[in-house]
Design a binder for this molecule. Structure first.
Ligand code: FAD
Length: 496
């Protein structure tokens, strides 16, 4: 059996490992942490269980597709629950808006905000549905190696309808006038690491994901997905080495022959016929390869538009909250200003937007009895420095005050656990380029063939997967990325 070594066990690495094992490879996954999941790891403290990264489960069809590829179903590994309301938004006028899971109820809400908006929503969603269908079936599973991949009659016929050359902002503004409705429909692309004015309107497919496919929660937390994929990988015969830090890719000419790693102080070497870099792309090529064998220069990387990093707080409180949903977005300050601070000025925000997830509202196991588990997230520019204790505390005080004010729930005297996590932690834990949380932004100039290639240009058997290559950031795209890279490798190695 030919040997494949996968560096990193985030969603992309796990997916790639499963598909490679299915294709008959002897697969070994090397992971620097003690558990799989990468940015979606979990930790427990004082009886609270925290998902460290993703908290929104969208595009359930992508997860179904993944498990079905192995003759399995999602519910063989974890149980999903649809959230209703899907989430709550606080605006600057203090009137919270709950987004119902039911489409007719959402249409009624739109109508109260803007007369005629419910019919407009139908028209908008018909376009979004088309984009989702074409996007998921015809675009996101492409390896992005050549433009010829996109020569497809349906794609060419639908090119105008896909709205690749207009922005999400322009598209949404064409349909709606209400500031709130516009922001509601623009926010999902923040998941793709770009501002609505900078991302092709094709990505309003995310509105279809949000509104029609719904917001779900895997009982037990988002980590259940990683756990399920890890279990599946073991069932398929994949070997895992945890606490194993990869330090070098060993080359013979233009072929990679082994991966060197350390487990505590022990040096190890793993022979490989093919290597999949599923850790951050920039790290794999800039740190594990000699400069002669890198596909891109440091200057190239420096010009990439990175998706944001985050300032995070994992907070446990010793009381139950009455007025908090599973997901709450605090859009009560200037959206534009914070966006500019992330992407243009690249500075710490003056007045941050933030998001709170309270998993214990849905899941009793996430916190001790009569307690609540809260996760606060402030998106910030990648590459920022100075996230010391003082700065972390300053931001926490700002958002805590707003949280208390908006929800009417006082929690400052009830905090029994509080851990922060910021840009420098993403660097030290994940070797994340500029401490990015979400990888590379999905701008038009960083789409498909314009993304860092999943195949090394200099090392013939080295491949990349994950949120810095195709198709982009987010849990579903990372799963897809793992599948796509495995397919590309198997195409090349078919006859060898
Ligand atoms: C705070 C936060 C919130 C998010 N929210 C959402 C959300 O709600 N919904 C959503 O869909 N997406 C969300 N995302 C994005 C999503 O989590 C990521 O896109 C996805 O998890 C990336 O997976 P990956 O496999 O590409 O990378 P990673 O998960 O980072 O995996 C890379 C792995 O490589 C390992 N590694 C690095 N260096 C080495 C080395 N030298 N040796 C061995 N191993 C190494 C790392 O430890 C890690 O396990 C969020 C991300 C963050 C950070």
């Amino acid at each position: 059996m030919k040997k494949a070594v996968v560096i990193g066990s985030g969603f992309a690495g796990l997916a790639a490992a499963c598909f490679m094992a299915k294709a008959g490879w002897n697969v070994t996954v090397l992971e620097k942490h003690s558990m799989p999941g990468g940015r979606a790891r979990r930790f427990e403290a004082k009886g609270f269980t925290f998902d460290m990264g993703p908290s929104w489960y969208w595009m359930p069809d992508v997860f179904e597709h993944f498990f079905k590829s192995f003759g399995k179903k999602v519910d063989d590994y974890y149980e999903l629950q649809r959230l209703d309301p899907s989430y709550r938004i606080y605006w600057d006028d203090n009137v919270p808006m709950d987004i119902p899971a039911n489409y007719e109820a959402l249409k009624a809400l739109f109508e109260t905000e803007e007369p005629g908006a419910s019919a407009q929503l139908d028209a908008f969603m018909a376009e979004a549905a088309y984009k989702y269908q074409v996007g998921v079936q015809k675009l996101v599973y492409k390896p992005g190696q050549s433009l010829t991949e996109f020569i497809d009659l349906d794609l060419l016929k639908g090119l105008l309808r896909l709205d690749v050359f207009t922005s999400v902002r322009k598209h949404v503004h064409k349909f709606f006038k209400s500031k709130k409705l516009r922001q509601l429909l623009e926010f999902p692309v923040l998941f793709l690491g770009a501002l609505p004015q900078d991302i092709p309107a094709l990505y309003t497919l995310m509105n279809y994901a949000d509104i029609k496919l719904g917001t779900w929660y895997p009982k037990g937390g988002m980590y259940k997905i990683a756990e399920g994929m890890h279990t599946l990988a073991i069932e398929l015969g994949v070997n895992f080495c945890f606490n194993t830090n990869v330090t070098r890719i060993v080359l013979e000419g233009h072929i990679a022959v082994a991966v060197e790693a350390t487990e505590q102080d022990k040096k190890m070497s793993f022979d490989a016929d093919v290597i999949i870099g599923a850790a951050d792309y920039h790290f794999v090529e800039q740190q594990l390869l000699p400069s002669t064998h890198r596909s891109y220069t440091e200057a190239y990387w420096n010009k990439r538009v990175m998706a944001p990093s985050c300032m995070l707080y994992y907070v446990g409180i010793n009381k139950k909250l009455n007025n908090v949903l599973h997901h709450t977005l605090f859009f009560d300050v200037d959206f534009e200003m914070h966006g500019k601070e992330i992407y243009q000025a690249k500075q710490w925000p003056e007045e941050p937007l933030f998001y709170v997830s309270a998993t214990s509202v849905t899941d009793d196991h996430a916190a001790p009895e009569n307690c609540e588990n809260l996760f606060f997230l402030i998106p910030v520019a990648a590459g920022l420095t100075g996230d010391d204790e003082k700065l972390r505390k300053e931001y926490f005080d700002i958002i805590l005050k707003r949280f208390e004010q908006k929800t009417g729930e006082s929690i400052s005297d009830n905090i029994v656990y509080n851990k922060s996590y910021a840009v420098s932690d993403f660097v030290s834990d994940y070797n994340a380029y500029k401490g990015n949380a979400y990888g590379l932004a999905n701008t038009l100039m960083q789409t498909a063939v314009l993304k860092p290639s999943l195949r090394s240009k200099k090392v013939s058997n080295l491949y990349y997967t994950g949120q810095l290559t195709v198709p982009g950031p987010g849990v579903p795209p990372s799963l897809i990325s793992g599948e796509v890279v495995a397919a590309e490798i198997n195409k090349k190695f078919k006859n060898t």
